[in-house]
Design a protein around this ligand. Structure first.
Ligand code: RM4
Ligand code: MN
Ligand code: MN
Length: 430
Protein backbone atom coordinates (compact mmCIF):
# COMPACT_ATOMS: atom_id res chain seq x y z
CA UNK A 1 0.00 0.00 0.00
CA UNK A 2 1.46 3.33 -0.91
CA UNK A 3 1.46 6.07 1.69
CA UNK A 4 -1.23 8.73 1.74
CA UNK A 5 -1.42 11.44 4.37
CA UNK A 6 -4.26 10.39 6.69
CA UNK A 7 -7.13 12.92 6.80
CA UNK A 8 -7.01 12.60 10.58
CA UNK A 9 -3.41 13.84 10.49
CA UNK A 10 -4.51 16.99 8.66
CA UNK A 11 -7.35 17.52 11.12
CA UNK A 12 -4.94 17.21 14.05
CA UNK A 13 -2.50 19.59 12.43
CA UNK A 14 -5.32 22.08 11.83
CA UNK A 15 -6.48 21.82 15.43
CA UNK A 16 -3.31 23.57 16.56
CA UNK A 17 -3.86 26.48 14.19
CA UNK A 18 -7.58 26.95 14.23
CA UNK A 19 -7.98 29.46 17.05
CA UNK A 20 -5.42 31.79 15.48
CA UNK A 21 -7.18 31.48 12.15
CA UNK A 22 -10.57 32.22 13.69
CA UNK A 23 -9.19 35.41 15.18
CA UNK A 24 -7.51 36.54 11.96
CA UNK A 25 -10.54 35.68 9.83
CA UNK A 26 -12.89 37.60 12.09
CA UNK A 27 -10.57 40.63 12.14
CA UNK A 28 -10.24 40.60 8.35
CA UNK A 29 -14.00 40.19 8.03
CA UNK A 30 -14.54 43.34 10.10
CA UNK A 31 -11.93 45.23 8.11
CA UNK A 32 -13.47 44.27 4.78
CA UNK A 33 -16.96 45.04 6.01
CA UNK A 34 -15.90 48.64 6.58
CA UNK A 35 -15.16 48.88 2.86
CA UNK A 36 -18.40 47.17 1.91
CA UNK A 37 -16.97 43.72 1.15
CA UNK A 38 -18.63 40.58 2.52
CA UNK A 39 -15.83 38.21 3.46
CA UNK A 40 -18.04 35.16 3.02
CA UNK A 41 -18.62 36.00 -0.65
CA UNK A 42 -14.87 36.14 -1.26
CA UNK A 43 -14.24 32.94 0.71
CA UNK A 44 -16.85 31.05 -1.36
CA UNK A 45 -15.27 32.32 -4.57
CA UNK A 46 -11.84 31.20 -3.43
CA UNK A 47 -13.19 27.80 -2.40
CA UNK A 48 -14.66 27.34 -5.88
CA UNK A 49 -11.44 28.41 -7.63
CA UNK A 50 -9.34 25.63 -9.16
CA UNK A 51 -5.99 25.48 -10.89
CA UNK A 52 -4.64 22.32 -12.52
CA UNK A 53 -1.27 20.83 -11.67
CA UNK A 54 1.07 19.92 -14.55
CA UNK A 55 2.02 16.25 -14.28
CA UNK A 56 5.50 17.18 -15.49
CA UNK A 57 5.89 19.57 -12.58
CA UNK A 58 5.86 17.05 -9.74
CA UNK A 59 9.30 15.70 -10.61
CA UNK A 60 12.40 17.81 -10.03
CA UNK A 61 13.11 19.90 -13.09
CA UNK A 62 16.41 20.94 -14.52
CA UNK A 63 18.11 23.39 -16.77
CA UNK A 64 20.02 22.61 -19.91
CA UNK A 65 23.10 22.40 -17.71
CA UNK A 66 22.03 19.88 -15.12
CA UNK A 67 19.24 18.27 -13.22
CA UNK A 68 19.64 17.44 -9.56
CA UNK A 69 16.99 14.84 -8.78
CA UNK A 70 15.39 14.89 -5.38
CA UNK A 71 14.54 11.89 -3.22
CA UNK A 72 11.31 9.96 -3.72
CA UNK A 73 10.60 11.40 -7.15
CA UNK A 74 7.65 10.05 -9.10
CA UNK A 75 8.78 7.38 -11.56
CA UNK A 76 5.73 7.28 -13.77
CA UNK A 77 2.30 8.80 -14.21
CA UNK A 78 0.85 6.68 -11.42
CA UNK A 79 3.35 8.10 -8.94
CA UNK A 80 2.74 11.57 -10.37
CA UNK A 81 -0.99 11.18 -9.78
CA UNK A 82 -0.34 10.34 -6.14
CA UNK A 83 1.63 13.55 -5.73
CA UNK A 84 -1.07 15.54 -7.53
CA UNK A 85 -3.66 13.99 -5.21
CA UNK A 86 -1.58 15.01 -2.19
CA UNK A 87 -1.34 18.59 -3.43
CA UNK A 88 -5.13 18.62 -3.79
CA UNK A 89 -5.67 16.95 -0.43
CA UNK A 90 -3.71 19.66 1.36
CA UNK A 91 -4.65 22.75 -0.67
CA UNK A 92 -8.12 21.89 -2.04
CA UNK A 93 -7.21 24.18 -4.92
CA UNK A 94 -6.05 21.62 -7.48
CA UNK A 95 -8.73 19.02 -8.26
CA UNK A 96 -7.27 18.33 -11.72
CA UNK A 97 -3.95 17.64 -13.38
CA UNK A 98 -2.84 18.39 -16.93
CA UNK A 99 -1.08 15.39 -18.50
CA UNK A 100 1.65 15.45 -21.15
CA UNK A 101 2.03 12.78 -23.85
CA UNK A 102 3.98 10.67 -24.53
CA UNK A 103 5.65 11.47 -21.18
CA UNK A 104 2.61 10.09 -19.36
CA UNK A 105 1.86 7.27 -21.81
CA UNK A 106 0.63 3.96 -20.40
CA UNK A 107 -0.51 0.72 -21.98
CA UNK A 108 -3.96 0.86 -20.40
CA UNK A 109 -5.75 4.21 -20.39
CA UNK A 110 -8.73 2.67 -18.62
CA UNK A 111 -6.48 1.75 -15.71
CA UNK A 112 -5.08 5.28 -15.66
CA UNK A 113 -8.57 6.80 -15.62
CA UNK A 114 -9.57 4.45 -12.80
CA UNK A 115 -6.50 5.25 -10.73
CA UNK A 116 -7.06 8.98 -11.11
CA UNK A 117 -10.68 8.57 -10.10
CA UNK A 118 -9.72 6.55 -7.04
CA UNK A 119 -7.30 9.32 -6.05
CA UNK A 120 -9.91 12.02 -6.68
CA UNK A 121 -7.95 13.72 -9.46
CA UNK A 122 -9.53 14.80 -12.78
CA UNK A 123 -7.71 15.33 -16.07
CA UNK A 124 -7.65 18.81 -17.56
CA UNK A 125 -6.17 19.76 -20.93
CA UNK A 126 -3.99 17.09 -22.55
CA UNK A 127 -0.62 18.40 -23.79
CA UNK A 128 0.99 17.03 -26.93
CA UNK A 129 4.73 16.84 -27.43
CA UNK A 130 6.24 17.22 -30.87
CA UNK A 131 9.29 19.04 -29.58
CA UNK A 132 11.49 16.00 -29.03
CA UNK A 133 12.07 12.72 -30.79
CA UNK A 134 10.99 9.60 -28.97
CA UNK A 135 13.21 6.51 -28.91
CA UNK A 136 13.01 4.74 -32.25
CA UNK A 137 11.11 7.58 -33.90
CA UNK A 138 12.01 7.82 -37.61
CA UNK A 139 10.96 11.19 -39.01
CA UNK A 140 12.73 13.68 -36.74
CA UNK A 141 11.41 16.90 -35.25
CA UNK A 142 14.86 18.48 -35.37
CA UNK A 143 13.69 20.98 -37.99
CA UNK A 144 10.10 21.28 -36.90
CA UNK A 145 6.90 19.31 -36.51
CA UNK A 146 3.52 20.67 -37.60
CA UNK A 147 5.32 23.18 -39.87
CA UNK A 148 8.16 20.97 -41.11
CA UNK A 149 9.10 21.15 -44.79
CA UNK A 150 8.56 17.38 -45.13
CA UNK A 151 4.93 16.29 -45.23
CA UNK A 152 5.80 12.97 -43.59
CA UNK A 153 6.98 14.81 -40.47
CA UNK A 154 3.92 17.04 -40.46
CA UNK A 155 1.65 14.02 -40.79
CA UNK A 156 3.39 12.30 -37.92
CA UNK A 157 2.90 15.37 -35.73
CA UNK A 158 -0.76 15.64 -36.73
CA UNK A 159 -1.26 11.98 -35.92
CA UNK A 160 0.31 12.41 -32.50
CA UNK A 161 -2.06 15.28 -31.70
CA UNK A 162 -5.03 13.23 -32.85
CA UNK A 163 -3.87 10.37 -30.63
CA UNK A 164 -3.66 12.82 -27.73
CA UNK A 165 -7.31 13.72 -28.33
CA UNK A 166 -8.21 10.03 -28.32
CA UNK A 167 -6.30 9.45 -25.11
CA UNK A 168 -7.80 12.56 -23.56
CA UNK A 169 -11.30 11.32 -24.36
CA UNK A 170 -10.62 8.16 -22.43
CA UNK A 171 -9.36 10.22 -19.52
CA UNK A 172 -12.32 12.59 -19.44
CA UNK A 173 -10.38 15.61 -20.69
CA UNK A 174 -12.06 18.24 -22.85
CA UNK A 175 -9.15 20.14 -24.33
CA UNK A 176 -5.89 19.69 -26.19
CA UNK A 177 -3.02 22.12 -25.61
CA UNK A 178 -0.62 22.47 -28.51
CA UNK A 179 2.73 24.10 -28.02
CA UNK A 180 5.25 23.58 -30.81
CA UNK A 181 8.95 24.32 -30.73
CA UNK A 182 8.91 25.02 -34.48
CA UNK A 183 10.78 28.06 -35.68
CA UNK A 184 14.20 29.06 -36.88
CA UNK A 185 17.55 29.86 -35.35
CA UNK A 186 18.95 31.75 -38.33
CA UNK A 187 17.43 34.45 -40.49
CA UNK A 188 16.75 32.79 -43.82
CA UNK A 189 16.44 29.32 -42.32
CA UNK A 190 12.72 29.22 -43.01
CA UNK A 191 10.16 31.21 -44.89
CA UNK A 192 8.18 33.07 -42.23
CA UNK A 193 5.04 33.06 -44.34
CA UNK A 194 5.17 29.45 -45.50
CA UNK A 195 5.64 28.01 -42.01
CA UNK A 196 2.57 29.85 -40.75
CA UNK A 197 0.55 28.49 -43.68
CA UNK A 198 1.74 25.00 -42.86
CA UNK A 199 0.82 25.48 -39.22
CA UNK A 200 -2.72 26.41 -40.20
CA UNK A 201 -2.97 23.48 -42.59
CA UNK A 202 -1.69 20.97 -40.01
CA UNK A 203 -3.75 22.40 -37.18
CA UNK A 204 -6.88 22.30 -39.37
CA UNK A 205 -6.37 18.55 -39.65
CA UNK A 206 -6.08 18.30 -35.86
CA UNK A 207 -9.02 20.65 -35.34
CA UNK A 208 -11.19 18.48 -37.60
CA UNK A 209 -10.78 15.61 -35.14
CA UNK A 210 -11.92 17.57 -32.07
CA UNK A 211 -15.08 16.20 -30.48
CA UNK A 212 -17.99 18.67 -30.36
CA UNK A 213 -17.49 19.55 -26.72
CA UNK A 214 -13.71 19.93 -26.96
CA UNK A 215 -11.50 22.97 -27.37
CA UNK A 216 -7.96 23.30 -28.61
CA UNK A 217 -5.59 25.65 -26.78
CA UNK A 218 -2.90 27.26 -28.91
CA UNK A 219 0.12 28.20 -26.82
CA UNK A 220 2.42 30.89 -28.14
CA UNK A 221 6.03 31.40 -27.10
CA UNK A 222 8.42 34.11 -28.19
CA UNK A 223 11.62 32.11 -28.32
CA UNK A 224 13.38 28.92 -27.26
CA UNK A 225 14.37 26.47 -28.54
CA UNK A 226 14.07 28.48 -31.76
CA UNK A 227 16.04 31.64 -31.06
CA UNK A 228 15.45 33.74 -34.17
CA UNK A 229 11.75 33.18 -34.80
CA UNK A 230 9.07 30.87 -33.55
CA UNK A 231 6.08 30.08 -35.72
CA UNK A 232 3.53 30.94 -33.02
CA UNK A 233 5.56 33.61 -31.32
CA UNK A 234 2.96 35.86 -29.79
CA UNK A 235 -0.72 36.42 -29.08
CA UNK A 236 -1.19 38.05 -32.48
CA UNK A 237 -0.13 34.92 -34.36
CA UNK A 238 -2.05 32.80 -31.88
CA UNK A 239 -5.24 34.80 -32.29
CA UNK A 240 -4.96 34.82 -36.09
CA UNK A 241 -4.56 31.05 -36.01
CA UNK A 242 -7.48 30.57 -33.59
CA UNK A 243 -9.73 32.73 -35.73
CA UNK A 244 -8.71 30.89 -38.88
CA UNK A 245 -9.25 27.48 -37.30
CA UNK A 246 -12.71 28.02 -35.86
CA UNK A 247 -14.69 28.60 -32.68
CA UNK A 248 -13.18 25.72 -30.73
CA UNK A 249 -9.68 27.22 -30.99
CA UNK A 250 -8.52 29.48 -28.18
CA UNK A 251 -5.28 31.17 -27.16
CA UNK A 252 -3.39 29.99 -24.09
CA UNK A 253 -1.26 32.46 -22.19
CA UNK A 254 1.83 31.04 -20.51
CA UNK A 255 3.10 33.88 -18.35
CA UNK A 256 6.74 33.11 -19.19
CA UNK A 257 6.34 33.19 -22.96
CA UNK A 258 6.62 36.91 -23.61
CA UNK A 259 9.32 39.49 -24.06
CA UNK A 260 10.43 41.06 -20.76
CA UNK A 261 8.15 43.87 -19.55
CA UNK A 262 5.34 43.01 -21.95
CA UNK A 263 1.97 44.08 -20.59
CA UNK A 264 0.50 40.59 -20.21
CA UNK A 265 -2.68 41.77 -18.53
CA UNK A 266 -3.50 43.81 -21.59
CA UNK A 267 -2.99 40.77 -23.81
CA UNK A 268 -5.35 38.88 -21.53
CA UNK A 269 -7.89 41.68 -21.83
CA UNK A 270 -7.70 41.66 -25.62
CA UNK A 271 -8.09 37.88 -25.84
CA UNK A 272 -11.14 38.09 -23.59
CA UNK A 273 -12.52 40.81 -25.87
CA UNK A 274 -12.06 38.49 -28.85
CA UNK A 275 -13.73 35.66 -26.92
CA UNK A 276 -10.61 33.57 -27.41
CA UNK A 277 -8.89 33.33 -24.06
CA UNK A 278 -8.20 29.62 -23.51
CA UNK A 279 -6.62 30.00 -20.11
CA UNK A 280 -3.20 30.04 -18.52
CA UNK A 281 -0.02 28.32 -17.77
CA UNK A 282 0.89 30.15 -14.60
CA UNK A 283 4.50 30.54 -13.53
CA UNK A 284 6.82 33.45 -12.87
CA UNK A 285 9.99 34.73 -14.42
CA UNK A 286 12.68 37.34 -14.19
CA UNK A 287 14.31 37.03 -17.61
CA UNK A 288 12.58 34.58 -19.94
CA UNK A 289 10.69 31.30 -19.78
CA UNK A 290 12.18 30.73 -16.33
CA UNK A 291 9.29 28.55 -15.11
CA UNK A 292 9.72 29.84 -11.56
CA UNK A 293 7.01 29.54 -8.93
CA UNK A 294 3.89 31.56 -9.56
CA UNK A 295 3.93 34.83 -7.65
CA UNK A 296 7.53 34.40 -6.52
CA UNK A 297 9.01 37.25 -8.57
CA UNK A 298 6.25 39.60 -9.68
CA UNK A 299 3.12 39.12 -7.58
CA UNK A 300 1.75 42.50 -8.68
CA UNK A 301 1.75 41.39 -12.30
CA UNK A 302 -0.13 38.24 -11.33
CA UNK A 303 -2.64 40.42 -9.49
CA UNK A 304 -3.08 42.64 -12.54
CA UNK A 305 -3.79 39.58 -14.69
CA UNK A 306 -6.41 38.46 -12.18
CA UNK A 307 -7.78 41.98 -12.08
CA UNK A 308 -8.67 41.57 -15.76
CA UNK A 309 -10.09 38.10 -15.12
CA UNK A 310 -12.32 39.25 -12.27
CA UNK A 311 -13.40 42.24 -14.33
CA UNK A 312 -14.42 39.87 -17.15
CA UNK A 313 -16.11 37.52 -14.70
CA UNK A 314 -18.14 40.31 -13.13
CA UNK A 315 -19.25 41.86 -16.40
CA UNK A 316 -20.01 38.37 -17.74
CA UNK A 317 -17.84 38.71 -20.83
CA UNK A 318 -19.20 36.46 -23.60
CA UNK A 319 -17.36 33.15 -23.98
CA UNK A 320 -15.28 33.75 -20.86
CA UNK A 321 -14.35 30.31 -19.50
CA UNK A 322 -10.60 30.16 -18.84
CA UNK A 323 -8.77 26.98 -17.87
CA UNK A 324 -6.24 27.61 -15.14
CA UNK A 325 -3.09 25.51 -15.08
CA UNK A 326 0.37 25.81 -13.59
CA UNK A 327 3.43 25.20 -15.78
CA UNK A 328 6.62 25.33 -13.76
CA UNK A 329 9.97 23.67 -13.31
CA UNK A 330 11.17 23.11 -9.77
CA UNK A 331 14.91 22.79 -9.73
CA UNK A 332 15.87 23.67 -6.17
CA UNK A 333 12.71 23.10 -4.13
CA UNK A 334 10.53 20.12 -3.36
CA UNK A 335 8.11 20.20 -6.33
CA UNK A 336 5.12 19.39 -4.13
CA UNK A 337 5.85 22.38 -1.91
CA UNK A 338 6.36 24.65 -4.91
CA UNK A 339 3.13 23.54 -6.54
CA UNK A 340 1.17 24.01 -3.35
CA UNK A 341 2.63 27.47 -2.80
CA UNK A 342 1.94 28.38 -6.43
CA UNK A 343 -1.66 27.19 -6.34
CA UNK A 344 -2.16 29.31 -3.23
CA UNK A 345 -0.59 32.32 -4.96
CA UNK A 346 -3.12 32.08 -7.80
CA UNK A 347 -5.90 31.95 -5.19
CA UNK A 348 -4.38 34.93 -3.43
CA UNK A 349 -4.32 36.99 -6.63
CA UNK A 350 -7.89 35.95 -7.35
CA UNK A 351 -9.05 36.92 -3.86
CA UNK A 352 -7.20 40.25 -3.96
CA UNK A 353 -8.62 41.07 -7.39
CA UNK A 354 -12.08 40.25 -6.04
CA UNK A 355 -11.63 42.99 -3.44
CA UNK A 356 -11.27 45.77 -6.01
CA UNK A 357 -14.06 48.29 -5.63
CA UNK A 358 -15.02 48.26 -9.30
CA UNK A 359 -17.73 50.91 -9.11
CA UNK A 360 -15.34 53.33 -7.40
CA UNK A 361 -12.60 52.40 -9.86
CA UNK A 362 -14.82 53.12 -12.83
CA UNK A 363 -15.89 56.44 -11.35
CA UNK A 364 -12.26 57.41 -10.74
CA UNK A 365 -11.31 56.40 -14.26
CA UNK A 366 -14.15 58.38 -15.79
CA UNK A 367 -13.24 61.40 -13.70
CA UNK A 368 -9.58 61.03 -14.64
CA UNK A 369 -8.65 60.76 -10.98
CA UNK A 370 -5.46 58.90 -11.66
CA UNK A 371 -4.21 58.70 -8.10
CA UNK A 372 -7.49 57.43 -6.70
CA UNK A 373 -7.83 54.80 -9.45
CA UNK A 374 -4.33 53.54 -8.78
CA UNK A 375 -4.84 53.59 -5.01
CA UNK A 376 -7.98 51.49 -5.38
CA UNK A 377 -6.02 48.76 -7.15
CA UNK A 378 -3.18 49.00 -4.65
CA UNK A 379 -5.59 48.78 -1.72
CA UNK A 380 -6.81 45.42 -3.03
CA UNK A 381 -3.30 44.21 -3.85
CA UNK A 382 -1.88 45.05 -0.45
CA UNK A 383 -4.71 43.44 1.51
CA UNK A 384 -3.51 40.30 3.29
CA UNK A 385 -6.12 37.75 2.27
CA UNK A 386 -4.24 34.79 3.79
CA UNK A 387 -7.00 34.12 6.37
CA UNK A 388 -9.54 33.81 3.54
CA UNK A 389 -7.40 31.24 1.73
CA UNK A 390 -6.77 29.30 4.93
CA UNK A 391 -10.44 29.33 5.89
CA UNK A 392 -11.46 28.10 2.43
CA UNK A 393 -9.01 25.22 2.79
CA UNK A 394 -10.16 24.39 6.29
CA UNK A 395 -13.80 24.28 5.19
CA UNK A 396 -12.82 21.91 2.39
CA UNK A 397 -10.98 19.61 4.82
CA UNK A 398 -7.64 20.80 3.50
CA UNK A 399 -4.73 22.00 5.60
CA UNK A 400 -4.71 25.43 7.17
CA UNK A 401 -0.95 25.51 6.51
CA UNK A 402 -0.34 23.02 3.66
CA UNK A 403 3.44 23.24 3.58
CA UNK A 404 3.83 22.82 7.34
CA UNK A 405 1.39 19.88 7.33
CA UNK A 406 3.19 18.31 4.37
CA UNK A 407 6.55 18.57 6.12
CA UNK A 408 5.17 17.22 9.38
CA UNK A 409 3.64 14.22 7.58
CA UNK A 410 7.02 13.06 6.24
CA UNK A 411 5.33 12.29 2.93
CA UNK A 412 8.59 12.67 1.01
CA UNK A 413 10.45 10.29 3.31
CA UNK A 414 7.69 7.71 2.85
CA UNK A 415 7.92 8.08 -0.93
CA UNK A 416 11.69 7.82 -0.85
CA UNK A 417 11.30 4.33 0.57
CA UNK A 418 8.50 3.38 -1.80
CA UNK A 419 10.07 4.77 -4.97
CA UNK A 420 13.58 3.56 -5.63
CA UNK A 421 15.16 5.91 -8.18
CA UNK A 422 14.91 4.90 -11.84
CA UNK A 423 16.89 6.19 -14.75
CA UNK A 424 15.30 8.12 -17.59
CA UNK A 425 12.20 9.44 -15.84
CA UNK A 426 10.58 12.22 -17.85
CA UNK A 427 9.68 14.07 -14.69
CA UNK A 428 10.25 17.75 -14.60
CA UNK A 429 11.94 18.21 -17.96
CA UNK A 430 10.76 21.51 -19.30
C1 RM4 B 1 7.14 24.77 -23.05
C2 RM4 B 1 5.68 25.18 -22.89
C3 RM4 B 1 4.73 24.03 -22.81
C4 RM4 B 1 5.26 22.88 -22.01
C5 RM4 B 1 6.68 22.58 -22.34
C6 RM4 B 1 7.23 21.45 -21.49
O1 RM4 B 1 7.98 25.85 -22.83
O2 RM4 B 1 5.54 26.00 -21.77
O3 RM4 B 1 3.51 24.43 -22.25
O4 RM4 B 1 4.47 21.78 -22.35
O5 RM4 B 1 7.48 23.72 -22.18
MN1 MN C 1 3.48 26.28 -21.00
MN1 MN D 1 7.28 27.29 -21.26
Amino acid sequence: MSYRIPDTFIAEHNAKLVSGLDEDYAALGRRLERSGVDIETVTSKVAAFAVAVPTWGVGTGGTRFARFPGPGEPRDIFDKLEDCATIQQLTRATPACSPHFPWDEVSDHGELAERAKALGVRFEAVNSNTFQDQPGQKPSYKFGSLTHSDKAVRDQAIEHNVECIETGRKLGSKALTVWIADGSNFPGQSNLNRVFDRYLESMSAVYAQLPDDWRVFLEHKLYEPAFYSTVISDWGSSLMAAQALGPKAHCLVDLGHHAPNVNIEQIVCRLIHAGRLAGFHFNDSKYGDDDLDTGSIEPFRLFLVFNELVDAEQRKAPGFDPAYMLDQSHNVTDPIESLMASAMETQRAYAQASLVDRAALEAAQEANDVMLAHRLLKAAFTADVSPILAEARRRGQGAIDPIAAYRASNYRAHKTKERPAVAGSSSGIV
